[in-house]
Design a protein around this ligand. Structure first.
Ligand SMILES: Cc1cc2nc3c(=O)[nH]c(=O)nc-3n(C[C@H](O)[C@H](O)[C@H](O)COP(=O)(O)O)c2cc1C
Length: 131
């Protein structure tokens, strides 16, 4: 079965801890069932999520995520086949956006739009190394 990785970014709508915990608990339950792993970078001004798993499962999950009203302006950053998972142990790892990523000012100025898919993938790779 083909494994796929998908990365997107979005703008949180109504960001607070209860909302985030609710998103994560449902995500982990569904992802465990659907063989999806990955990581979610969270900050009041940005979500960036990496999803990986069987192609059909990742597509179906992204479809639900796209219409979730707890975030806005979802943009697809990258999507493609992978041989091995980056986050095999996490049904959804959560990380705060780190200082070495982009500041709120940079995000507001369009840093994510200007970043390449490889730049964004490198952010997840660094998170993994530092975790
Ligand atoms: C930023 C963000 C990330 C999410 N990540 C996931 C996820 O990894 N897996 C998932 O099943 N749902 C995720 N969700 C929730 C979905 O949008 C949706 O609410 C959920 O899948 C519905 O689950 P249900 O069909 O079991 O009710 C996420 C939502 C947001 C806003």
């Amino acid at each position: 079965m083909s494994l796929m990785q998908l990365i997107y970014a979005s703008t949180p709508f109504g960001f607070d801890n209860p909302t985030l915990n609710q998103i994560l608990s449902v995500a982990r339950r569904n992802n465990a069932r659907d063989d999806i792993t990955g990581a979610l970078i969270c900050r009041a001004d940005i979500y960036m999520q990496l999803l990986e798993g069987p192609r059909a499962a990742v597509t179906a999950s992204f479809h639900k995520i796209l219409s979730d009203d707890r975030h806005l302006d979802v943009v697809l950053i990258g999507c493609g086949d992978i041989k091995t998972r980056m986050f095999p142990k996490w049904h959804m790892k959560d990380d705060p956006a780190q200082s070495w990523m982009w500041t709120q000012e940079q995000v507001a100025a369009g840093a994510i739009d200007q970043a390449s898919a490889d730049d964004v993938r490198a952010v997840f790779e660094r998170l993994l190394r530092e975790s």
